[in-house]
Design a binder for this molecule. Sequence first.
Ligand code: ZN
Length: 395
Amino acid sequence: MLRLYNSLTQKKEIFKPLAKNKVSVYVCGITPYDTTHLGHAFVYVFFDVLIRYLKYKDYRVNYTQNVTDIDDDLLKKAKEDGIDWKKLGKFWTDRFLKDLKALNVLPPTHYVKATDSVSEIIKIVNGLLGKGYAYRKNGNVYFDVSKNKGYGKLSKYSMAQMKLLLKERGGDPDDPNKINPLDFILWQKSKLDEPSWGAPFGDGRPGWHIECSAMIKQYLGDQIDIHGGGKDLIYPHHESEIAQSESYTDKKPFSKFFMHAAMVMSCGEKMSKSLGNLVMVKDLLKKYSANTVRWYLLSYHYRSPWEYMETDIKDCNEKIKMIEKALNIKVKKGKNLQEYVKKFEEAMDDDINTPKVLTTLEALAEKILANKDKASDEKATLVELLNLLGFSFKS
Ligand code: ZN
C-alpha cells in the first residue's frame, strides 16, 4: 500500500485517489529565465519517478506541468537583457525541456503555458470578484485573505510569519492598495511596455498564483490528487492557490495531497540565481552521464535538503560504473526475483524512499559480479528495477 507524506496534514498517509485507478497530478513548472539547475532537476526527476511508480501500480495518470511564461521576474529579466519577453521565455523553456529529456524525464500528459490560459484566469478572477472574495484597487485586483478562514492551513505559518516571508519571497506586503498586507494580486495593470490582455475588470496581466489555479481547473478539474513543487512554493504560492481555488469552487478541497521536494544547497546556501551558486544540469552532463546524475539525485530522499558536492557525484559515477559492469555480464534469460521486487516496492511504498531502493540495486549488481553467468535472475531483476526508476542503459 502506497503511503505518501502529505504537507497538508504533515504526516504520511495512505494514498487513495479521488477516482478509482485514475490519478491527477499537477507540478508547478519553471519560470523560464534561469533553467535548468540541480534544484530544478531534483524536483522534476523526483516527480518523474513518482509518476513512473504510479503507472507501475496500474494507475492512469494525468500529469500536468506548467510553464510560468508571464511573470514579474521574467519581464524584469527581459527588460534587463533588452529582449522580447516571449523570446526569452521560449529560449529557456526549450533549454529546460532539452535538459529534462537528456535526464530521461518523461514528458507530462499536458505541458501548458500560462499565456494560453488567460481566458480561464479572467473567468476565475471575475468569479472571485462576483462572490466577494476579491476587490479592485487602482487597476489591480486582489484576493482578500480575510475572506478565507483557512489561509495558512498548508504552511501553518502565523500571519506575522507570512508577512515576513512575503517580503523575502518577492511579495509586497507594503503595497498601499491592499486592505491586508497578505492579500495577493490576482490581476494587475500592465506598465506601458508590458504585455496586456483585455478583461471586464480592466486590461492587464495575471498574477502568478492565479495562473496555476486556472491551468489546474482547465486541465485537471476542480479537485486533484497530488499537487507538487519545490518546498519554497508552500508559501505564498500554494497557500494562495488553495485559497483562491477553494473560494471559487465553494470550498471543494483543492488537492488531496501536497508534496514538496526539499531545497538543494550549494556553497552552504540554497541554490539560487541571485546568490550566483547555481550548478547547471547542462554542465554536469558534460562530465557525467544522465544515469550518474539521476543516481545522484535519487540518492537523496526527496524531503531531505542536501548540498551539492563534487565528491558525492563522483561516488555515484563509480556506482554507475559497477552497474554497467554487472549489466555487461552475459547471462541466459532470467526471471524477476520476487524477494528484490518486494524490497523495491516496500521502499517505494514508504513515501518513495529512493535512497533505500538504490541500495537494493547495488546489492543486485554486487551479486551479479560475484556469481557471473549464474546470475541470470539477478540480472533480469536489476534491468527491470533500473527501468522502473527511469535509468536508461544500452544492453
Ligand atoms: Zn504553481
